[in-house]
Design a protein around this ligand. Structure first.
Ligand SMILES: [Cu+2]
Length: 499
């Protein structure tokens, strides 16, 4: 409760600040490619993983049940289709009463009554069919965040008619590549996501390295007031900086999650930030860890970092190993107000004792991969992000327009475009492109301190960030700030990628 008050204080304090080659869609082609990848991964895998990977590699075009362990921290959406090449399930968005760890009884909006919603765990090349029903009292859609599927299935309300209350829609697509993704509504998202409509979506290689344990950490915050959600977009700070919560919620829980770990094991952790506005900084102690994946899947080379900064919408995968027994702790480093000063306070999200074992010293398992890095760029464009006071209050703008109706740009499939995202106001913007990936090159050379393919780039206040976008997926796509209040107040536009 003290933490809640402190966070609230910080939220109000802020108010006073001013402001590659595209993989084939043919599953047979893909199975071949993945079999080759599997060969490369065999060397470093332990004997059990080798067996699992070999099994997959020997059966081309097969979609065997994932050899990976259950993902701890998420509950699986059951596949109801016996055909191993198809994942098929029902999903319902509806209001539910949910009692939080501290006894707060909230009216939430949830997928299949779960908070977070159920995990979709599939393989590259699998066809995913989701029969969706909307039992909310307002329209919604589902956006499959990060998946480079067709724009008709992307949940863009300008393309897909919103699913009205009582209505249904069948999402049907083939997952093109491996990575950690998530799904959430794309209408009135600032309220629908805050009320609990979000869930993880994992895509695995047809044959991939197996880790001893996999864990998902979906790190959210919520702004509660008097046992309910605080009113939405009802304060200037929320309009200005987005809705910063006063409780941290990990995998749907306020209390730290607990588990068990074993000396000598190597784990894969997947981080997803579905928060409306809060950029998190995550720190792991009592273990060694390195980043192996970003929004767009595996990185070219694993890298180490003292902590993982993850903005709204982003994902990071890390590999964690335990050379020693002890205790592993995951913390979120949060700015809190202490007296007149802001200090960083670590809030524990997860702890597990690491039991002693006779296992050998653990070896990293992630294998590097080639990214579709390009030294050329076909075009340069600029996005100016700004705000103004409109007739109905604060408006957030992209290139001078709030909720721009005409596409801002028309590109050709295959274009490599350098986009300078110029933030002309104080608040930061985690900027998201649908349906495409990019790399972040803050300077004039393709050097980056944020390796990997991304679909969200955090642009600090009053600064420029350059990204190199690989526009490989044709269609009409949204671009918007992933501070959901900024998006709702107009920082949302579209662009075209022509076939
Ligand atoms: Cu923004």
């Amino acid at each position: 409760m003290i933490f809640r008050k402190r966070l609230l204080a910080v939220a109000f304090l802020c108010a006073s600040c001013s402001a590659a080659e595209r993989p084939s869609r043919d599953p047979a082609d893909r199975a071949m490619t993945d079999a080759r990848v599997a060969d490369a991964t065999l060397a470093a895998a332990d004997s059990e993983s080798v067996d699992a990977a070999m099994t997959d590699a020997r059966v081309p075009d097969a979609f065997l049940p994932p050899p990976a362990p259950e993902v701890l921290g998420a509950s699986l959406l059951a596949d109801e289709n016996p055909d191993p090449s198809i994942f098929e399930a029902n999903l319902v968005a509806a209001p539910h009463q949910k009692t939080l760890d501290d006894g707060t009884n909230l009216e939430m909006w949830l997928y299949n009554g779960q908070f977070p919603g159920p995990l979709v765990d599939v393989r590259v090349g699998q066809r995913v069919i989701i029969h969706f029903r909307n039992e909310l009292e307002l329209p919604t859609t589902i956006h499959w965040h990060g998946l480079r599927i067709s724009s008709e299935m992307d949940g863009n309300p300008r393309i897909q008619d919103p699913v009205e209350p009582g209505g249904t829609f069948t999402y049907d697509f083939v997952v093109p590549e491996a990575g950690t993704f998530w799904y959430h509504p794309h209408i009135n998202a600032n309220e629908q996501v805050e009320r609990g409509l979000y869930a993880p979506f994992i895509v695995r290689e047809a044959a991939e390295v197996v880790w001893d344990v996999e864990r998902a950490f979906i790190v959210d915050d919520m702004l509660l007031l008097g046992g309910d959600f605080a009113p939405f977009l009802a304060s200037h700070p929320e309009e200005m900086h987005g809705r910063h919560g006063n409780v941290l919620v990990t995998n749907g829980h306020i209390e730290p999650r607990t588990g068990e770990a074993k000396q000598g094991q190597v784990e894969r952790w997947r981080f997803i930030n579905p928060a409306n506005a809060r950029t998190m900084r995550l720190r792991i102690s009592g273990a060694e860890f390195r980043v192996i994946g970003t929004d767009g899947g595996g990185v070219a080379e694993a890298y180490t970092t003292p902590s993982v900064q993850i903005s709204p919408g982003q994902r990071f995968d890390v590999e964690v190993r335990y050379p020693d027994a002890g205790e592993v702790v995951l913390e979120s480093l949060v700015d809190v107000l202490v007296g007149d000063f802001i200090q960083v306070a670590p809030i524990t999200l997860f702890t597990a004792p690491v039991s002693a074992s006779e296992l050998p010293v653990p070896e990293w398992r992630f294998q590097p991969r080639d990214l579709p890095r390009s030294r050329r760029s076909d075009r340069r464009v600029t996005l100016e992000l700004d705000a103004r006071n409109g007739p109905n209050g604060l408006e957030w703008l992209i290139n001078g327009a709030s909720h721009a109706h005409e596409p801002l740009f028309t590109f050709k499939k295959g274009d490599v475009v350098d986009i300078t995202i110029s933030n002309l106001a104080g608040p930061e913007h985690p900027f998201h492109l649908h349906g495409q990936f990019f790399e972040i090159f803050p300077g004039d050379t393709p050097e980056t301190d944020q390796p990997g393919l991304k679909d969200v780039a955090l642009v600090p206040g009053l600064s420029d960030l350059r990204v190199r976008a690989y526009l490989e997926n044709p269609g009409e796509w949204m671009m918007h700030c992933h501070i959901l209040e900024h998006a709702e107040l107009g920082m949302m536009a579209t662009f075209l990628v022509e076939e």
